[in-house]
Design a binder for this molecule. Structure first.
Ligand code: CA
Length: 453
């Protein structure tokens, strides 16, 4: 899910206008039966949606078991225009700029700015009446957790998008509170007879030892004492800045315990953090690629266990679920200061799906989207499904209790498995679903425990 959030941050608000560009697909051509929401000859209504997915997932989303079952259940066929994550934002913006609109955009990754701009232009339509008339599952969610209604309502009183809601813990113990975890190579610490660092100065000495004392024992100075992906949320180095002041997060906006909003780089401690980083850089302790590398480059070196210290949401996704790395606690700075900055993120993405002005089958579209908010469906869309004979399953279905139970991951990186099978999109998982609709994912329970400690 984090990938989508990141994608939305990265989207450039300006629309790219390329004159003479023609759409590659007849995505705004609806079925020819002439009446709204009518059935086509095979008994199914077809809707044209644009979306994005992982390069690891099937190019046609309809090959995913979740969508196969959904088509059977709803009698609605989706004709997808699917792009991989890296291409999606550009293709979406092109479609909008050229007027070659799909009926709806699924996993739309639209920022608040985008939503308001597209709404003002009339490119996306208000949906509150559709919710009222055709969306009992979503209405149920809004009744159970009414705060979300306010969160999806624009300043003009309309609702323009369908949200993604994932509750996992709440307040400071919400799993989204801290995305940026530092993972340290404890095998190297043991090998060199070093203790887990507790201060920024101790960390510097540990990193120097990683660099100079050949902890992997191959006779070469091939260790990378510290790596990160600069300004990349969970992979960012600025977890360390909390030792000097408030710290930082992905949108560089910190809310203090007193409720004051601070622009992170304007905090005095931020400058001290930069100085500390500069010092580590001068000592040659920072991966030379840290300021420009992409996820795959980061991952490749991680899989070879070349890092002494690195940052990410969950180590299982980079270095595997083994005992080589452990969470490094927050460090004390030179004056004993220690803070962990919270993100402003929560399990909420406002602009997860929008309906465009080109859509002539609004009722069908609303019914299809509403089916995603059915609790058992939401859980699968978010994490993956059960009963897939072709690949590893995230769940088994406990039919007696109508409940999804997480299967052991058996060492498979959770994010990798989910990318292949989950569909994302608008959905809702409320805290009260755990234990009734689904079990809590093992990796999430483990991470929540680490965060609490
Ligand atoms: Ca070495």
């Amino acid at each position: 899910m984090k990938r989508f959030k990141k994608a939305s941050i990265a989207i450039i608000a300006a629309m790219v206008i390329i004159s003479g560009c023609s759409g590659s697909d007849d995505s705004n051509v609806n079925d020819a039966e002439g009446s709204n929401d009518g059935s086509s000859s095979n008994g199914k209504v077809t809707l044209h949606f644009m979306t994005q997915s992982s390069p690891l997932a099937p190019a046609d989303p309809n090959e995913k078991l979740i969508f196969k079952r959904l088509e059977e259940k709803t009698g609605i066929h989706i004709d997808w225009q699917n792009y991989t994550w890296d291409q999606f934002a550009e293709k979406r913006n092109l479609a909008i700029a050229s007027g070659e609109l799909p009926d709806a955009i699924f996993d739309a990754a639209l920022s608040d700015y985008d939503l308001l701009k597209l709404a003002k232009e009339g490119t996306i339509i208000p949906v509150e009446d559709l919710i009222e008339q055709h969306m009992p599952n979503f209405k149920q969610v809004l009744e159970q957790a009414p705060e979300y209604r306010a969160m999806i309502t624009a300043p003009d009183g309309h609702i323009y998008s369908f949200p993604w809601i994932e509750e996992l813990g709440s307040g400071k113990e919400s799993i989204h509170s801290v995305d940026d975890f530092p993972w340290i190579n404890v095998e190297w610490l043991d090998k060199l007879g070093l203790k887990m660092p507790t201060t920024t100065e101790e960390l510097k000495q540990v990193l120097i030892a990683f660099k100079t004392q050949d902890p992997n024992g191959n006779g070469k100075a091939d260790e990378i004492p510290m790596s990160f992906i600069s300004n990349s949320g969970g992979e960012d180095v600025k977890f360390l800045f909390g030792s000097f002041g408030l710290g930082d997060n992905w949108d560089h906006t910190i809310v203090t315990n007193e409720g004051k909003v601070v622009f992170a780089p304007a905090d005095n401690g931020y400058k001290e953090g930069v100085k500390y980083l500069h010092d580590l850089f001068k000592e040659g302790l920072i991966d030379i690629e840290a300021f420009e590398q992409d996820w795959n480059t980061y991952l490749a070196k991680g899989k070879e266990n070349r890092y002494g210290l690195y940052f990410t949401w969950d180590k299982a996704n980079v270095t595997g679920m083994n005992d080589t790395y452990d969470l490094m606690p927050a460090l004390e700075g030179p004056d004993g200061h220690k803070n962990v900055a919270r993100t402003n993120g929560m399990g909420f993405d406002r602009g997860r799906m929008v309906i465009t002005e080109a859509n002539e089958k609004l009722e069908t579209t609303a019914k299809w989207i509403d089916s995603l908010y059915e609790p058992l469906q939401s859980v699968q869309n978010n994490w993956g499904t059960y009963g897939d004979e072709k690949q590893q399953n995230i769940f088994e279905l406990d039919e007696a209790n109508n409940m999804l139970k997480h299967l052991p991951l058996d060492g498979t990186p959770p994010w990798e498995l989910r990318q292949k099978t989950f569909v994302g999109g608008p959905l809702a998982i409320l805290d009260e679903y755990y234990g009734t609709v689904t079990t809590k994912p093992d990796d999430a329970a483990w991470r929540l425990d680490l965060m609490k400690k």
